[in-house]
Design a protein around this ligand. Structure first.
Ligand code: ATP
Ligand code: MG
Length: 393
């Protein structure tokens, strides 16, 4: 069918009281910017709801993909618009709509009519029963179930009439930009893009930091992270990615610290650097893809010791209680999985010890870090001064 209109359903925003318009505006803005390249669309609020009207040819699947990536939307209803609102005309349009939209015509239905023109010759109840009768008359496999219908046929009569019955699920959440900003530690793995997605879903704007260690990590590994950033930006909006050249810092740790503590100490310095950039960029949180017990640096003891390194910002880890498979399921759903599994090295795996500590103690780690005093400050500074910025969009 050719749809000229989509009704956008949203849930949680509706609970926002006086601030509701802020959330609606953010959602509309995001929809406009994502739809721009697909044709001519008008996104507007009307009767306390949000509509997308189309004014040009468009690809239905592309539009669904785009709207399906705007946080805040819980459902998208393709709407048939009927200009001439005489009852006969609406009735024909409803029959035609059901005919085209449902190939298998064995289902129960209910007509749910609304009208705002009180002078319309039929009441809502009459529209319900007369349209129901027209459908029963035309399609013998249909029957009415007013309590639990398979198909709810919505008909709204205003200056034009709207007919819709299907809802394509949206991603839910809150529109990006309505809940501050966070700095995600984005690696080339499976978990951190999922973590980024989940926090963006709560309305948080994102920036990202990636620790690059050439020549131990390749240009292709870096490009993979940029690509993941782009995939996440479909949902999260433009993302400023800070690429830190981590090699010299990492070598200093390798040369001066016990090897079984390398990953912990490296992670602590990553957190420190990420926090520094996050504070400069007005972020209120750090986000990582860690999950309890997944690797030695993600035991509760390791996380506790690493967590102390970010002393000014909370670290959000939305994957913390998920099994790997659950994280993979989300990454497949959001389209990052195929890129994440490309086999390029990460700086965390290049310098990994054979038997890393799994129960580090903060005082022991801090003692080991003393060996870096006088050796790492300049390298740290240089890394922070030579950050490369890429905008992922
Ligand atoms: P992921 O799948 O996200 O790479 P992982 O299972 O490989 O995670 P780790 O390598 O221990 O686990 O990394 C834990 C978290 O630390 C990652 O989720 C990510 O947030 C961050 N991280 C790891 N390596 C980097 C890196 N090179 N640059 C930025 N962040 C990183
Ligand atoms: Mg990783």
């Amino acid at each position: 069918m050719d749809y000229k209109m989509f009704l956008i359903k949203y849930a949680e925003i509706g609970t926002k009281g006086k601030n509701r318009y802020v959330f609606e505006d953010a959602m509309c803005k995001r929809m406009r910017s994502r739809l721009k390249s697909l044709g001519e669309f008008d996104v507007r609020r009307e009767y306390g709801r949000i509509f997308v009207e189309t004014f040009s040819e468009y690809d239905y699947d592309d539009v669904m993909e785009v709207l399906g990536s705007v946080f805040g939307i819980v459902g998208i209803c393709p709407v048939v618009v009927v200009e001439d609102t005489s009852f006969n005309n609406i009735s024909e349009a409803v029959v035609d709509y059901i005919d085209k939209e449902y190939s298998d015509k064995n289902f129960t239905f209910k007509v749910h009519a609304r009208r705002n023109d009180k002078n319309y010759p039929k009441s809502s109840m009459e529209i319900n029963s007369d349209l129901g009768a027209a459908l029963l008359d035309k399609f013998s496999g249909l029957s009415v179930d007013v309590h639990n219908p398979d198909v709810m046929v919505n008909v709204e009569v205003r200056n034009v009439a709207y007919i819709y019955s299907k809802t394509i699920p949206g991603p839910g959440g809150l529109p990006v930009g309505t809940n501050g900003k966070g700095m995600v530690l984005l690696s080339g793995g499976i978990d951190s893009p999922v973590a980024a997605y989940m926090i963006a879903k709560r309305g948080v704007e994102l920036e990202a930091v990636y620790f690059h260690a050439p020549p131990y990590t390749s240009e292709r590994a870096k490009q993979k992270v940029v690509d993941l950033g782009k995939l996440v930006s479909k949902y999260a909006g433009v993302m400023k990615l800070h690429i830190i050249n981590f090699t010299d810092v990492q070598l200093a740790i390798y040369d001066n610290c016990p090897h079984d503590e390398l990953t912990i100490i490296m992670k602590r310095i990553m957190y420190k650097m990420a926090q520094e950039i996050a504070l400069k960029e007005d972020c209120q949180c750090i986000i990582t893809g860690e999950s309890i017990g997944q690797v030695s640096s993600q035991t509760t003891q390791s996380l506790m010791v690493i967590d102390q390194a970010a002393d000014k910002l909370p670290v959000f880890r939305p994957c913390i209680g998920m099994d790997k498979q659950e994280i993979i399921d989300i990454s497949e759903k959001i389209g990052t999985y195929e890129t994440s599994i490309l086999p390029y090295e990460d700086c965390c795996t290049t310098f990994v010890a054979k038997h890393p500590v799994t129960r580090p103690k903060l005082d022991v780690i801090e003692k080991s870090e003393e060996a870096l005093v006088g050796k790492i400050e300049e390298l740290y500074q240089k890394a922070m001064e030579t950050v490369e910025v890429v905008y992922c969009r």
